[in-house]
Design a protein. Structure first.
Length: 480
C-alpha cells in the first residue's frame, strides 16, 4: 500500500504539473487573443456569439458528460467500453447537430438576430467533433497521461487564435469568433488523435454502454442542470436586454474565469481519477479533499481579490474604455470564483466514491435555489442578476459540503477553516494595495505596482504565519 501511495503521489504531481502547464499556456494565449479580438470587435459582435455559444454549450453536455466520467470511474474499463461510448457519442452528436441545424432559424427569429442562424449551423459542427474528443479526454484522464493534453490544447489555442485574429483584422466580425471556436476544437481533437495511442475497435456493446449509463446518466442530468442554469442568465439577458449588455456580463465572467480555470480545471482533472483509485479508503479520500481545498484556495483567493482591485485600470488599458461597463461584473465574478475550491473538491470526492445519485440530488437542490434567484432578479437589470449569483453560490457551498460530513467525516466548518486563511490574507493584501490607485499614476504603472506589492505582502503573510499550504507547496517544489 505504501508503494501504491508513493506511486500515486508521483502521478498526481506529474499530472498537476502537465495539467497546470496546459492551462497556463492555453489561457495565456487565450488572454492575448481575447484582448486583441476585444479591441478589434464590438460588444454587439461578442453578444451575438455569446448567444450562439449558449446553445452549443448545452448540446455539448450530452456528448462530453456522463459517459466520460463513467469510463474514468469504472475500475476495469477496457477497449470495448471506450469503443462503445465512441460510436454512441458520434451518433448522438450527429442527432444533436441535426436538431440545432433545423432549429436555428426559429432561434434567430426569437432573438431578432438573423446572423444567429448561419452562425449556429456552422459552429454546431463543433458538437460532432466534441463527441470524439470527449472519449479521447476520458482515456487520457483515466491513464493520467496529462502531457498529451498539454500539446493538444497548446496547438489548438495557437492555431485558433491566429485564425480568429486574422479574420477579425480583415473585418469578418462575428465570423472571426465562430472560426476561432470551431478551429480550436478541431485542432485539439486532431492532435490528440495522433499523440494518444488509443484507437476504437470495430465493436459496440450496448450491454457495456448500458452499464456505464447506469452510473453516467445521473452525472449527465447533473451537468445539464448545471450548464442550463449557468447559461440561463445569458439567455434572459440576450432576450430582455441588449447584446452589448450580454457582452459586458460575459466579459466580466471571462477574465476571472481564465485565471480560475488554470487552477480549478487542473486540480479537478487530476483529483477525480486519483480519488477514484482510492474510493474504498474513505480516510485517504478525505485527506485528498482537504488538501485540495487548502491548496487551491490558498492560490485562488489572492488572484481573485487582486484582480478585483486592478479590474478598472486593467480594462481601461487592455480592452479600451468601451469595455469599462464590465468592471462591476468582473468584481462580482471574482468573489464567486473564489468559492470554487469547496465546490470542486467536494463534488469530485462524491463522484470518486461512485455516488452519482447523490451528485444529482445536490444539483437539483442548488439549481432550485439558483433559479429562484434568477426569477427574483431578472427584472431589475443585469447587475442585480449578477449579485443574485453570489447569493446562490454561497448557498451552494453549504449544499455541496453537507454530504461529506457523513461520507468523509469532513464537516462544513472544517472546510471553511481550510478555506478562510487564503481569503483573510488576500483581504489584508487588498487593503494594502488599494490606496496605490489614488496616486494618480498611469494605468500600467498602477497595475504593475499593485501586483508587485500584493505578491510581496501575500508572501510575507505566508512566511510570518507559517501557512501550511505555502509550506506544503514549497516542500513539493524542493522535492521535485
Amino acid at each position: 500500500m505504501g508503494e501504491k501511495n508513493q506511486s500515486m503521489r508521483g502521478k498526481v504531481f506529474a499530472g498537476l504539473f502537465w495539467k497546470f502547464g496546459e492551462r497556463i499556456s492555453a489561457q495565456l494565449i487565450s488572454l492575448i487573443v481575447s484582448i486583441v479580438l476585444a479591441r478589434l470587435l464590438s460588444p454587439d459582435d461578442y453578444g451575438a456569439v455569446a448567444l450562439v455559444m449558449v446553445f452549443i454549450t448545452i448540446a455539448n453536455v450530452f456528448v462530453a458528460s456522463g459517459f466520460g466520467n463513467a469510463l474514468i470511474q469504472k475500475k476495469n474499463a477496457d477497449n470495448l467500453d471506450f469503443s462503445s461510448v465512441f460510436y454512441l457519442n458520434i451518433a448522438l452528436g450527429l442527432v444533436l447537430y441535426a436538431i440545432l441545424f433545423f432549429a436555428s432559424p426559429a432561434i434567430a427569429s426569437f432573438y431578432n438576430m438573423p446572423v444567429l442562424s448561419p452562425a449556429l449551423r456552422v459552429l454546431g459542427i463543433r458538437i460532432v467533433v466534441a463527441s470524439v474528443n470527449s472519449v479521447q479526454q476520458a482515456y487520457v484522464s483515466r491513464h493520467m497521461l496529462f502531457k498529451r493534453f498539454f500539446w493538444s490544447t497548446l496547438f489548438g489555442t495557437l492555431v485558433s487564435g491566429v485564425v480568429g485574429i486574422a479574420m477579425a483584422y480583415h473585418g469578418f466580425g462575428v465570423w472571426a469568433l465562430v472560426a476561432q471556436y470551431l478551429t480550436n476544437t478541431c485542432t485539439d481533437t486532431i492532435v490528440l488523435w495522433f499523440t494518444v495511442k488509443w484507437r476504437p475497435i470495430f465493436r459496440c456493446s450496448l450491454e457495456r454502454a448500458k452499464g456505464l449509463f447506469s452510473y453516467g446518466w445521473k452525472l449527465l442530468v447533473s451537468a445539464l442542470l448545471d450548464t442550463g442554469y449557468k447559461q440561463l442568465r445569458s439567455l434572459i439577458i440576450g432576450k430582455k436586454y441588449t447584446s452589448a449588455d450580454l457582452a459586458y456580463y460575459n466579459q466580466g465572467d471571462k477574465y476571472p474565469g481564465l485565471i480560475v480555470n488554470n487552477i480549478n480545471t487542473s486540480i479537478s482533472s487530476v483529483l477525480f481519477p486519483a480519488m477514484s483509485q482510492f474510493q474504498d479508503d474513505r480516510e485517504r479520500v478525505k485527506q485528498m479533499t482537504r488538501r485540495a481545498i487548502q491548496i487551491s484556495s490558498y492560490i485562488m483567493w489572492p488572484m481573485m481579490i487582486g484582480f478585483a482591485v486592478v479590474a478598472e485600470p486593467f480594462v481601461s488599458l487592455v480592452l479600451t474604455d468601451k469595455w469599462l461597463p464590465c468592471v462591476p461584473f468582473i468584481r462580482i465574478f471574482c468573489f464567486t470564483y473564489g468559492l470554487y475550491p469547496i465546490h470542486t473538491a467536494n463534488l469530485q470526492a462524491i463522484n470518486a466514491l461512485g455516488r452519482s445519485d447523490l451528485f444529482l440530488r445536490l444539483e437539483i437542490i442548488k439549481k432550485t435555489i439558483g433559479l429562484s434567484m434568477i426569477l427574483l432578479s431578472m427584472n431589475y437589470g443585469t447587475l442585480v442578476m449578477a449579485y443574485s449569483l453570489v447569493v446562490a453560490d454561497v448557498a451552494a457551498t453549504v449544499v455541496n459540503a453537507v454530504p461529506n460530513s457523513k461520507l468523509l467525516n469532513y464537516r462544513y466548518f472544517e472546510q471553511l477553516r481550510d478555506l478562510l486563511p487564503g481569503l483573510v490574507m488576500s483581504l489584508i493584501m487588498a487593503a494594502v494595495i488599494v490606496p496605490i490607485s489614488l496616486l494618480g499614476l498611469p494605468d500600467i504603472a498602477t497595475i504593475a505596482l499593485q501586483v508587485v506589492c500584493g505578491a510581496a505582502v501575500y508572501l510575507a503573510e505566508s512566511v510570518l504565519t507559517k501557512q501550511p499550504a505555502f509550506q506544503y507547496l514549497l516542500g513539493l517544489i524542493k522535492k521535485h
